[in-house]
Design a protein around this ligand. Structure first.
Ligand code: SF4
Length: 236
């Protein structure tokens, strides 16, 4: 069991305790009460689509912020558009809209020579700049423990970085996510059924092989596991 004691900035008051059996919507409702300026970045993977649906059910009516790196699969952009049509109560924001490999933001093949620099320029920097302006006190995030060994300790409420991260799906398994998406007929990217269990940019994503972690297809063979949004010095 993993206990959580909520500690708002500047206060020592212990608030609700959650454990791994806690309902994700209860975590979101609590987060909205403590952080009414909660903001949700998303790349519209299975986890993100499920979280988005749960967040709406829990009362979230804020922004869903997506960064267009210029290297996304068309299916990802289509999934964003399907979600925007399904949830008109949310505001979908695309940063760097219209980016493409030859736009001059980076060398077009930087992903091959220095993927950390490519992610830093095309993914992390635009979101950091946006968050500096919006200044939310917390982010709603869809990571879960079973996505990868590097995420095995993710708590519901994560301190560190520039602001608190709320991870309502921390204890959800891939099977539970798939069952929820099927039950609610959620618009999951068609790439998921083709084995792309975690989808990033097309140069840095391959389908996952049987028995691999959901994120094994991200930057495979490049010695990189995270884009830098959620881990490392530049984390949000
Ligand atoms: S995932 Fe690949 S293409 Fe996308 S920003 Fe990172 S290095 Fe560049």
């Amino acid at each position: 069991m993993t206990a959580l004691e909520e500690r708002p900035a500047g206060a020592a008051t212990a608030l609700p305790t959650f454990d791994e059996s806690s309902d994700a919507t209860d975590v979101i409702r609590w987060a909205l009460s403590v952080h009414p300026d909660l903001l949700m970045p998303s790349a519209f993977n299975l986890n993100g689509v499920v979280l988005l649906d749960l967040a709406v059910r829990a009362g979230y009516r804020g922004e869903v912020v997506f960064v267009d790196t210029g290297y996304h699969f068309p299916e990802t952009l289509q999934t964003r558009d399907r979600l925007a049509a399904r949830y008109p109560e949310l505001t979908f924001v695309t940063l760097n809209a219209g980016a493409h490999p030859e736009d001059g933001q980076t060398a077009s093949d930087l992903y091959a020579s220095d993927p950390d620099a490519c992610c830093a320029a095309r993914k992390v920097a635009p979101l950091q700049a946006y968050l500096r302006g919006r200044a939310p006190s917390a982010l709603l995030n869809a990571r879960s423990r079973d996505q990868a060994s590097t995420r095995a300790e993710i708590p519901f409420v994560e301190e560190g970085g520039a602001r608190r991260k709320i991870n309502p799906l921390a204890f959800w398994t891939r099977e539970k996510l798939e069952a929820y998406a099927a039950e609610h007929d959620l618009p999951v990217s068609p790439l998921y059924a083709a084995g792309f269990l975690s989808v990033g940019c097309w140069p840095c994503t391959r389908a996952v092989r049987p028995g691999e972690d959901a994120r094994a297809g991200r930057w495979a063979g490049k010695g990189k596991t995270e884009c830098g949004l959620w881990a490392g010095e530049g984390q949000l």
